[in-house]
Design a protein around this ligand. Structure first.
Ligand code: ADP
Length: 449
């Protein structure tokens, strides 16, 4: 791209320089035309002056001599012929008749001897009849020729200097501009190359808001998606491997023991195997749920308008039998109407997970649900009177497969990871306050629309 931009600039520069040359050529041509135009005018007046020297069929020598004299001063070598073609007077003749001082002056002004050009002929008229002929050719006027030469030379050198300044200047500008314009694209290419080599941390800086700048922004968000996907894949694989190891080891040991006849209680052995397989099945289901939650990062939110009170009462109503079973209460403690726009399916997964944790970790009392509005956000708070979470464990509870106590409560440590993922996807936040022995309070904040 850099080369292309540079070549484009070169074409522009050469076009500009070509026009500079044409300009010079036109100026020179017009200058020549101007000079010859001036000469034509001079000849016209000399012709008129010569014609005025003809009176009553006679040539007035004084007038002719003055005319030739005058013509010479204007740098013209002339001859005046009569109607028969005989020379009446001429520049050399007048030159001879000049005083030595005058002659010297004339010679100082012209290259009198170097007159080599062809004579141009101009007929002389008197009352419509040709009375003679005036032949003219230029002397090389010393001073004027010098002035013309200087003028031409200076014009040429001015044009050459402007040519060089314009040429070199635009060449440098072209170099810088092509470098400057191609830099973001080069950066993008290098970042893309890094990504193809597996370095998903590669990013570009969007310096401008033009097309290239927008491309940078899109590229960065694409790289971010790829990086996130890659991280999720790696983490999930290592977590899964870790979680699979224990049940599979137990199954293997039990199966081998049964096969070897080491186990006395075969029934118990098979029951253990079945229980571990049950765990594996739950694990697979949990992985499925967490993968779906994480994949929702890459899909659009299905937002609908919700009456939050009805929505929460509906979920509480469905879960009540489970709470009743443990002699726990479940109540929605606000009764105001609050309409919000949110992805109902994801919100339901969040609330159900938080409530099922509250149910699991509470043995007396119950769960209360609050909701409300705060600036441009709404919040839902789930309070329980359960066993609480030790302060040092709170920062870890959203990690995948993390459990405070590895008690066999059927938990996989995936519920809060799913909750956190979905809250993030919905552009919200989650906070936790908890005191061991007193209970926990999980609050989610989501944008109102
Ligand atoms: P699990 O599926 O094991 O419940 P979670 O990710 O939902 O996993 O929770 C992680 C851990 O956080 C739980 O094992 C538990 O120790 C703690 N926890 C979550 N919710 C509560 C709660 N309401 N009360 C007490 N502890 C909780």
């Amino acid at each position: 791209m850099k080369t292309k931009i540079f070549l484009a600039f070169l074409v522009v520069i050469f076009t500009a320089l070509l026009s500079n040359f044409l300009f010079e050529w036109f100026i020179m041509r017009d200058f020549e035309n101007y000079i010859s135009g001036v000469k034509e005018d001079q000849v016209y007046w000399i012709t008129a002056s010569a014609e005025s020297g003809y009176e009553n069929g006679q040539w007035n020598d004084a007038v002719l001599s003055e005319t030739v004299h005058w013509a010479m001063m204007m740098g013209l070598d002339i001859r005046i012929l009569n109607a028969d073609g005989h020379e009446i007077t001429s520049s050399p003749q007048i030159m001879e008749s000049l005083s030595p001082v005058m002659k010297k002056r004339m010679e100082g002004l012209f290259h009198v001897e170097k007159t080599t050009g062809v004579f141009q002929e101009y007929p002389l008229y008197h009352q419509g009849e040709i009375i003679g002929m005036l032949s003219s050719r230029p002397f090389q006027k010393k001073e004027i020729a010098e002035k013309e030469r200087v003028f031409k030379k200076r014009t040429r050198s001015f044009l050459l200097i402007s040519f060089l300044i314009a040429g070199i200047g635009s060449l440098i500008i072209a170099l810088f501009l092509s470098q400057y314009l191609s830099k973001p694209v080069t950066e993008l290419r290098m970042a893309a190359e890094k990504i193809t080599q597996g370095d998903f941390s590669a990013r570009t800086v969007a310096r401008t808001s033009d097309e290239v700048g927008k491309l940078s922004v899109v590229f960065n968000s694409m790289a971010e998606s790829l990086q996130k996907e890659e991280q999720l894949r790696k983490q999930l694989m290592s977590n899964i491997a870790h979680e699979l190891r224990t049940p599979l080891t137990i199954i293997k040991t039990q199966a081998e023991a049964i096969a070897d006849g080491v186990v006395t209680d075969r029934e118990q052995g098979l029951e253990n195997i079945s229980s571990e397989i049950g765990k594996l099945v739950r694990l697979v289901k949990g992985i499925e749920d967490v993968t779906t939650a994480e994949a929702s990062f890459f899909s659009r939110l299905e937002e609908t308008e919700l009456n939050l009170r009805e929505f929460l009462i509906g979920i509480a109503h469905e879960l009540r039998p489970l709470f009743d079973g443990k002699n726990l209460s479940i109540e929605v403690l606000d009764d105001k109407d609050l309409s919000v726009t949110a992805d109902a399916e994801k919100l339901e997964i969040i609330i159900r997970n938080l409530l099922s944790n509250a149910l699991k970790f509470t043995s007396k009392g119950g769960v209360s649900i609050f909701y409300g509005k705060e600036k441009a956000r709404f919040f839902i708070e789930i309070r329980d009177t359960g066993k609480g979470i030790p302060e040092e464990n709170i920062p870890l509870i959203f990690n995948r497969f993390y459990r405070v106590e590895k008690a066999d409560d059927g938990g996989l440590g995936l519920g809060l990871a799913i909750v956190k993922e979905l809250v993030t996807v919905m552009h919200g936040e989650i906070s936790v306050e908890s005191k061991p022995g007193e209970g926990s309070r999980f609050t989610i904040f989501l944008p109102l629309s």
